[in-house]
Design a protein. Structure first.
Length: 96
């Protein structure tokens, strides 16, 4: 699978990476929550597995100057954010 390239990797289920958390003002934030994030062409997702009452959401930056965000969720769950225009370029998790 090493020689398949990014397009093939996306077609096989997306890319997962540890979450890089930020606060509302964009400052780095490192909660005790264990979260991952990933994307495919039109949506990004976040998944946190640590129990608790922390609130968070997924933000996506899209091609064609678009962006999107998920609803605010609490604790351990998975949530998606979608691009209305273009494809997902980056995914971040925002803790509120």
């Amino acid at each position: 699978m090493a020689g398949l390239g990014i397009g093939a990797a996306l077609a096989l289920g997306g890319v997962a990476a540890p979450a890089q958390a930020t606060t509302r003002d964009g400052a780095p934030f490192a909660p005790a929550a264990s979260c991952t994030k990933g994307k495919n062409l039109t949506n990004g997702w976040g998944k946190c597995t640590t129990p608790g009452t922390y609130k968070w959401r997924v933000l996506v930056d899209c091609t064609l100057a678009g962006s999107g965000k998920s609803s605010v969720v609490t604790g351990a769950t998975r949530v998606n954010a979608y691009c209305g225009w273009g494809n997902v370029e980056s995914v971040s998790i925002e803790f509120l």
